[in-house]
Design a protein around this ligand. Structure first.
Ligand SMILES: Cc1ncc(COP(=O)(O)O)c(C=O)c1O
Length: 426
């Protein structure tokens, strides 16, 4: 009879552990370039672009706009989130294609720039700004521009801020349109139905210099909650119940007729598809999903395509990887992980972005990040040469888009336009 000895067990155990380690040995992820990025590279080269550049693929952008519009139920308006699409030309293009005249703006310089460039657009300020920022906004307008100021909905979150804006309205002689921020579960401040909201609605009804424009209830947390055990559904129902309660309170103060014309803003890219009717919200705001940075790779946004990339030239391509002071370890490292076989140093770097082409590139944790010449390592099949381009997908658009100067617009195999971006500003 076969008898399992202690020695057999030990050898078997060691063998299993060895197999497990070997199974976790990384495979070589390098390979041929994606023809899409080769076309993009040819366009950049033909355009004489030779520094880190943010590229937007216009055909994909257009497809994303059409996708968004096609998802909206009857009667649902779309508000363009300007901070996530921070370029006047980009916003102008989206306005035209989507037919939307509504913008969501987040800081005073952007508010002023949009007032000048698009005086006819309705701007909802997406966060409550200190009243001094609003005062600076009015201070910077010429008399001709000040008519457009009546198109702005100022977001207000507390009775104190409402009082400050009321004083500003008196001081400027402007009627200010006020949108009230609701807390529908994100808990980033804002109001819920109750005594405070009732009192603020009362102030809005009485104050001649203020006009109640509507509510804004943002709920991006919903998309991040697990679906298990109905968790997300419960949170969604809770958000809509809170929104509904605030609407009911507004109807009590202003009358049902008066609230029919209110703006009822909700959503962001990750949640806009939850709104299948206009029962709660009558407009959704979204921006990022039109250019789709990696943070927006979610199941609901699957129909949207990545439409923005960072392209940067390779400065140096080296057919082996050596780390300063660790030269002796190079062979061992490469034997274990083929993805550290070759090295490129790129023009610039240290962006909130992931390399996507050539395939298999990654940052080197030991070498660290660099904003000047960032190191990327790759596998045996990495064949990129100096002056060719590495492509990245940004994690987010709002801050990243502002780091590269004018956006390069890629269309029909060429760079057809350059779109200046907004100045970096919080
Ligand atoms: C109030 C508000 N609404 C909507 C959005 C959605 O923007 P995006 O679609 O770019 O995520 C944001 C983003 O921060 C926001 O703060």
């Amino acid at each position: 009879m076969f008898k399992l000895s202690r020695r057999h067990l030990m050898i078997g155990g060691a063998g299993l552990a060895g197999a497990a380690i070997l199974m976790s040995k990384p495979g070589d992820e390098s390979g041929p370039r994606d023809p899409y990025f080769e076309t993009l590279q040819a366009a950049l080269t033909a355009a004489g672009i030779a520094s880190p550049t943010l590229v937007i693929d216009k055909a994909r952008l257009n497809a994303n706009i059409d996708t968004l519009v096609s998802h909206l139920p009857a009667g649902m308006a779309y508000r363009i989130v300007a901070k996530s699409l921070p370029s006047l030309d980009l916003i102008a293009h989206i306005r035209k294609r989507s037919g939307s005249d509504r913008l969501m703006t987040f800081n005073q310089p952007m508010l002023s720039a949009l007032t000048r460039a698009m005086p006819e657009a309705d701007q909802l300020v997406g966060k409550p700004l200190p009243v001094a920022a609003a005062r600076n906004y009015f201070g910077g307008l010429t008399p001709e521009e000040s008519a457009a100021a009546s198109k702005i909905q100022w977001l207000i979150d507390t009775p104190e801020r409402l009082r400050q804006y009321q004083e500003l309205a008196r001081a400027t002689g402007q009627t200010l349109r006020i949108n009230l921020e609701l807390d529908v579960g994100l808990h980033r401040g804002g109001l819920e139905a109750g005594e405070t909201l009732k009192a603020m609605l009362g102030t809005l009804r009485e104050a001649e210099e203020l006009q109640f424009a509507g509510f804004m209830g943002y709920e991006p947390h919903l998309a991040a909650l697990p679906e298990a055990l109905g968790w997300r559904e419960r949170a969604k129902a809770g958000a809509w119940r809170r929104y509904g309660e605030a609407l009911a309170q507004a109807a009590e103060v202003f009358g049902a007729e008066a609230i029919a014309g209110l703006v009822r803003n909700a959503a962001g890219s990750p949640t806009y598809r939850y709104y299948q009717s206009t029962e709660i919200a009558n407009e959704i705001s979204a921006g990022s999903c039109l250019v789709k940075p990696t943070h927006f790779d979610t199941p609901l946004l699957e129909p949207h395509q990545p439409a923005s990339f960072i392209a940067t030239p390779v400065i140096k391509a080296i057919d082996r990887t050596r780390l300063p002071g660790l030269e002796f370890a190079a062979e061992g490292q490469r034997a274990w992980d083929p993805n550290v076989s070759r090295t490129v140093f790129i023009y610039g770097g240290n962006w909130l972005a992931d390399p996507v082409d050539p395939p298999g590139l990654s940052y080197n944790k030991t070498f660290g990040r660099s904003s000047n010449q960032e190191m990327l390592t790759g596998g045996h099949n990495l064949g990129i040469k100096p002056d060719e381009f590495v492509f990245f997908r940004p994690h987010q658009s709002e801050a990243v888009f502002l780091q590269f100067g004018d956006i390069a617009v890629f269309e029909d195999g060429q760079i057809t336009q350059r779109w200046p971006v907004f100045e970096a500003s919080a």
